[in-house]
Write a protein that binds this ligand. Structure first.
Ligand SMILES: [Zn+2]
Length: 201
């Protein structure tokens, strides 16, 4: 086997390792999903027991709790929420109101944001930060970006200065080349002959 074939084989071996790592992560994600479904069904079963107990105690199910279950827990089936309410699944929407919620700003600034959820799975698209904090976050992102660009420019200027100093100092000029199938980059002379080979001649 020549070097190129060996290198290709090594690259395939690395790909196989990385695919195994991805398989492990996907399996972990599927496990987590299954555990979430199991936990939701446990809540559903508990709601059924609670509905029974509430009926025996002649107390109607708390509609605020129903509202929270409906909007905050899309993994619960509507039928499971309907059960302790002793209403039909299709009637639940009458009791749980609109998907409007006031939530504390994620930044902990004390202000609130209003969520307008159009459906039970809409939570991901709702605002996390109040307008003031959102604006501050965007300004901070811009500042970070400017600082990063300034850093890159400074590094580039430093490199150019070092290059200029090297040229001014009359550093010996070399060319470098890659040769197919040969590892490393090699200094070559003006005819493209690697210096290590030329010196051997
Ligand atoms: Zn805020």
């Amino acid at each position: 086997m020549n070097d190129d074939a060996a290198r290709l084989e090594a690259e395939y071996a690395i790909l196989a390792q990385k695919l195994e790592a991805l398989d492990r992560e996907v399996a972990a994600r599927n496990d987590a999903k299954r555990r979430t479904i199991d936990a939701a069904r446990e809540v559903g079963a508990q709601l059924a027991r609670l509905g029974h107990a509430a009926e025996l105690a002649d107390v109607s199910f708390d509609h605020d709790l129903a509202r929270r279950l409906y909007w905050n827990y899309p993994d619960l089936h509507v039928a499971e929420i309907a059960n302790p309410m002793r209403v039909h699944e299709g009637q639940v929407s009458r009791y749980v109101g609109s998907g409007e919620f006031e939530k504390p700003c994620f930044n902990g600034c004390g202000r609130t944001v209003v969520w307008h959820m159009r459906n039970r799975t809409d939570a991901q698209r709702q605002p996390r930060y109040c307008p003031e904090c959102q604006r501050e976050r965007e300004l901070q992102r811009e500042r970070d970006l400017r600082a990063m660009r300034a850093r890159e420019e400074a590094e580039h200027r430093e490199s150019v200065e070092a290059l200029r100093a090297a040229v001014d100092a009359g550093v010996e000029i070399r060319r470098y080349a890659d040769f197919p199938g040969v590892p490393h980059t090699w200094a070559v002379d003006e005819n493209g002959v690697p210096l290590v080979l030329r010196d051997e001649r």
